[in-house]
Design a protein around this ligand. Structure first.
Ligand SMILES: [Fe+2]
Ligand SMILES: [Fe+2]
Length: 135
């Protein structure tokens, strides 16, 4: 994970880093000629981890009383709906066109994640570090 994405909160940084690793994994598919099911499998792993991370982050923010939680949850929910839609679209792909679709998906998730960490997650970082006595 690039240095600009580190927030200084170990649990969060670790999970964000796994997300970037899983995205990297997805790009490895492009070196092969995967079937739709292979695309589906890789994408499922990424999406499941996204959902796990969002839930962990929300629980952490709730436990620590972050006042921006409701707004933050809405952003997570919007991503979750987008991923559901992409997943459904992937189901309609064939072995021949799934890779192009995975590339589109990859670009979307990478863009979302980078932006969300720097614009939104960064907003709770100082608060959380103080609450967790990390500063
Ligand atoms: Fe996050
Ligand atoms: Fe977040």
């Amino acid at each position: 994970m690039y240095p600009q994405y580190y927030l200084g909160i170990e649990l969060v940084d670790k999970e964000h880093s796994v997300l970037f690793d899983l995205l990297e994994d997805l790009t490895r598919l492009t070196y092969t000629t995967p079937t739709r099911d292979q695309c589906f499998e890789k994408v499922s792993v990424l999406f499941e981890y996204v959902m796990t991370h969002l839930a962990h982050e929300e629980r952490l923010l709730e436990d620590q009383g972050w006042p921006g939680l409701t707004q933050h949850k809405l952003l997570h929910a919007a991503l979750s709906r987008n991923l559901d839609a992409l997943f459904e679209e992937l189901m309609t792909m064939t072995d021949l066109n799934c890779l192009l679709f995975v590339e589109k998906m990859h670009a979307f998730v990478l863009g979302w994640l980078g932006n969300h960490i720097q614009e939104e997650d960064a907003g709770y970082a100082e608060f959380l570090k103080e609450r967790l006595a990390l500063v």
